[in-house]
Design a protein around this ligand. Structure first.
Ligand SMILES: Nc1ncnc2c1ncn2[C@@H]1O[C@H](COP(=O)(O)OP(=O)(O)OP(=O)(O)O)[C@@H](O)[C@H]1O
Ligand SMILES: [Mg+2]
Length: 214
């Protein structure tokens, strides 16, 4: 079943970023976007994840046009059904890692998932203040925070950008496993073409359009 579908999506800021983008993302599927810095990958991810209305075209989530819904409905989808892992993760500084995750659990009425933290290799640091964690540990806490709310679609913008190869592979394994076990799907933005090719679909954003690379 199709989770997300883009129909002729175009966007521009000072100059056009992409035109007439079409793709579908089904349940249990992963889709990756690669491309040079500044080509518009994050912008496309924001458009798909309720954060930015495209200049033209439509985004369908479960068959309903996303941006035809009220801002209240969009907020509900973003809060409960979409999990967005940002390129610069927005953790609450001054709080512990556990407190950051507790907040996500409270907002989405879910339980603290010790196994998930264990799998991400950050269980031993959860009582530390966010500011005292390394960049890669913070990144993994932000991924745990997003998965804690059990999203239907994960939108991940460079989720392994701060990580060494081995840790990156482990984190991706957690994301792929989550997708399969929860009937979810994953839209991944990355600079890593090898990682992109592990997804069911992989595209390069280039010359204003998406070109398949697998
Ligand atoms: N809100 C905005 N207003 C104006 N221009 C913007 C805005 N957001 C992004 N841009 C511009 O759009 C272009 C694409 O930005 P985007 O963040 O989507 O690129 P990216 O492919 O994700 O790059 P990177 O790989 O460096 O993260 C850039 O030139 C950026 O400056
Ligand atoms: Mg980006």
């Amino acid at each position: 079943m199709t989770h997300l579908a883009l129909n002729n999506v175009s966007h521009e800021f000072d100059y056009p970023l992409f035109k007439y983008i079409n793709f579908t993302l089904d349940k249990k599927q992963s889709l990756a976007i690669v491309g040079v810095s500044g080509c518009g990958k994050s912008t496309l991810l924001h458009i798909c994840s309720t954060l930015l209305k495209p200049k033209n075209g439509e985004v369908f989530y479960n068959g309903k046009s996303l941006y035809e819904q009220s801002s209240k409905e969009l907020l509900e989808i973003r809060r409960l059904e979409f999990g967005i892992i940002f390129q610069s993760h927005y953790l609450f500084k001054g709080f512990s890692a556990k407190e950051n995750i507790d907040l996500a659990n409270i907002l989405s009425n879910t339980e603290f998932d010790k196994d998930l933290l264990e799998k991400l290799g950050v269980l031993h640091v959860i009582n530390q203040n966010i500011g005292s964690l390394s960049g890669g540990q913070q990144q993994r806490i932000s991924i745990a925070r997003v998965l804690s709310k059990k999203p239907r679609i994960i939108f991940a913008d460079e989720p392994t950008g701060n990580l060494d190869r081995k840790t990156a592979d482990e984190v991706m394994e957690v994301l792929f496993e989550y997708v399969k076990q929860n009937d979810a799907s994953l839209m991944l933005v990355t600079h890593d073409r090898n990682l992109a090719k592990q997804c069911n679909k992989a595209y390069e954003l280039r010359d204003l359009s998406l070109q398949s690379i697998i």
